[in-house]
Design a protein around this ligand. Structure first.
Ligand SMILES: NC(=O)c1ccc[n+]([C@@H]2O[C@H](COP(=O)([O-])OP(=O)(O)OC[C@H]3O[C@@H](n4cnc5c(N)ncnc54)[C@H](OP(=O)(O)O)[C@@H]3O)[C@@H](O)[C@H]2O)c1
Length: 259
């Protein structure tokens, strides 16, 4: 399927590995010039080279913390008029909700709610003027089904979803869409480090913890980042202009509700 994205310009935040990288890769395969981002300059440069070699499009690495105004300014300097914005960031660590003090609470809200909102504010008006825009926010399945210990993640991302729900309706007339991708359990570095931490807490073998997790998913496996990237690219496609304000859960059937 030709996604109609050849020559488009995209910013994909937090994209030197995992879900963000998979989104950047799929947009590059679709012919977009992609700005990729992470804090580790060496890894980011390596990924930029790999994606450019694979896809033949321009990949621009921007080493920056997306949670800071300076970091976001650097991203926008690399692509001042993006057609596509994929917001993403690291998630907060597992922590009992009683231990989330005021400082941690604000940091989580900044990382997973305020930072993506600031980026949307920066790019959305230009998209409206140009008559094309696709914004995809990587949030979490925990927005729909809370995960104990990730309460800050659930809360900040639910806040982002609510904030942007109205914004999505206000720009839909201009072929600008805002959607949300909710990962369930994907086989990334973050998942592997969470599994290690859980195993350590429980004094269990990480392989057993991983198997138990897989058993709890109707698909009986973890998601592959490429599957996530493909869904992201479709939401960014020319064909997806009538899909907006939606939260798409990609979780192998783990969420048991019907709506
Ligand atoms: N994997 C899952 O199953 C799952 C499930 C639910 C939700 N999520 C959420 O989805 C998001 C992506 O998860 P993932 O599994 O792909 O994580 P990951 O494999 O750990 O990758 C995180 C990426 O974000 C970059 N990053 C982190 N903090 C950053 C910052 N402040 N500024 C710029 N880049 C930053 C990292 O690069 P640097 O470290 O070099 O900065 C890396 O490229 C996270 O918010 C996570 O909580 C994931």
């Amino acid at each position: 399927m030709d996604l109609g994205l050849r020559g488009r310009s995209a910013i994909v935040c937090a994209s030197s590995q995992g879900l963000g990288r998979a989104c950047a890769a799929e947009l590059a395969r679709a012919g977009c010039r992609v700005v990729i981002n992470g804090r580790d300059a060496e890894r980011l440069a390596r990924v930029a080279d790999e994606l450019a070699a694979e896809t033949g499009v321009e990949i621009v690495p921007v080493t920056a913390d997306v949670g800071t105004p300076e970091g976001r300014a650097a991203l926008l300097a690399a692509a001042p008029a993006p057609d596509i914005l994929v917001t993403n960031n690291g998630g907060p660590p597992y922590r009992d909700f009683r231990e989330v003090d005021a400082e941690a609470l604000l940091a989580g809200i900044n990382a997973n709610m305020a930072a993506p909102i600031a980026l949307v504010q920066d790019v959305v008006d230009g998209m409206v003027v140009r008559g094309f825009g696709r914004i995809v926010n990587i949030t979490s399945g925990s927005v729909k089904m809370p995960i104990s210990g990730l309460d800050l993640s659930s809360g900040a991302r639910a806040g982002l979803t609510g904030f942007l729900a109205g914004v999505a309706r206000s720009v839909a007339h201009a072929n600008v869409t805002i959607n949300f991708l909710l990962p369930g359990t994907f086989d990334t570095a973050r998942l592997r480090s969470n599994t290690e931490a859980t195993a350590q807490r429980q004094g269990a073998d990480p392989a057993d913890v991983a198997e138990q997790r897989r058993d709890g998913i109707p698909a009986r496996r973890f998601g592959e980042a490429d599957e996530f990237g493909a869904a992201c690219a479709f939401l960014c496609s020319a064909q997806a202009g009538y899909i907006t304000g939606q939260s798409l859960l990609i979780d192998g059937g783990a969420f048991p509700g019907i709506l």
